[in-house]
Design a binder for this molecule. Structure first.
Ligand SMILES: Nc1ncnc2c1ncn2[C@@H]1O[C@H](COP(=O)(O)OP(=O)(O)OP(=O)(O)O)[C@@H](O)[C@H]1O
Ligand SMILES: [Mg+2]
Length: 229
């Protein structure tokens, strides 16, 4: 799915003492692209991901996800938008008392039977290389494995857009590598668009495009195609 941000601003707090997290961000991302968002802490990466995912709304500007301007969505249409998006977070956010298979199936609970959810969860866990650990609880899995479960969960409802906020932030470099490989592979297999915030240049290097933010603005935008050109 294509993504287009037009002059997006976001302020938090009361006028006068407001924090301007985004100060006019415009960005075009083509369908099936894998884009890294870099920039210092506080530069606005997470805020941008939250707005695109419909977890929060901008102060001004438009956010086109496919044919829909997410900025104005409310109620049922907002819920529909969030269903098109898969979120992956730094802290995995798995439910401790549920097995890997159960965790992956959670987003499907309102929409499908338990047996369909189970079958679908198994498919996804196989795709991220965890067929052997279906019955493991999160606490019995390594950080990299937990993040792969979280990726499977993010994908279980077939999102066209994947938003990942420092998905490798809690992982060592070897696990970070595996997780990036999984994200790139599963996204490519579906033609899903990925927007991924990271502080790690190696992780960013695996993305086809690197957008750099500073103080709520985009200050750099580089495609790997440009390298050496
Ligand atoms: N809910 C909020 N209320 C008030 N200020 C906020 C809120 N969320 C974010 N901010 C502020 O907006 C700015 C951008 O924050 P954001 O979380 O987007 O940065 P970031 O680039 O993701 O940083 P990090 O790399 O540390 O995750 C910061 O100044 C932050 O303090
Ligand atoms: Mg952040």
């Amino acid at each position: 799915m294509d993504l287009r941000l037009e002059h997006v601003t976001k302020s938090f707090g009361a006028q006068g003492s407001a924090v301007e997290a985004l100060r006019g961000v415009s960005l075009d991302v083509s369908s099936a692209a894998l884009v890294a968002l870099m920039g210092a802490s506080g530069s606005g990466k997470s805020t941008l991901l939250h707005l695109v995912g419909g977890l929060d709304s901008p102060t001004s500007g438009s956010i086109w996800v496919g044919e829909v301007d997410v900025a104005g969505l409310r109620g049922r249409r907002l819920v529909q938008h969030r269903r098109r998006v898969g979120f992956v977070f730094q802290a995995f956010n798995l439910i401790p008392g549920l097995t890997a298979e159960e965790n992956v199936g959670v987003p499907l609970i309102p929409y499908t039977s338990a047996s369909t959810a189970k079958a679908r969860s198994r498919e996804l866990l196989a795709e991220v290389g965890l067929s052997e650990r279906l019955d493991a609880l999160p606490g019995q899995l390594s950080g990299g494995q937990q993040q792969r479960v979280a990726i499977a969960r993010a994908l279980v409802a077939d999102p066209a857009l994947i938003l990942a906020d420092e998905p490798t932030g809690n992982l060592d470099s070897e696990n970070a590598d595996t997780v990036m490989e999984v994200i790139a592979t599963v996204a490519a297999a579906r033609g899903a668009t990925v927007l991924l915030a990271t502080h790690d240049p190696e992780v960013a290097g695996r993305c086809g495009r690197v957008v750099t933010m500073r103080d709520g603005r985009i200050v750099g935008d580089r495609s790997t195609d440009d390298v050496g050109a």
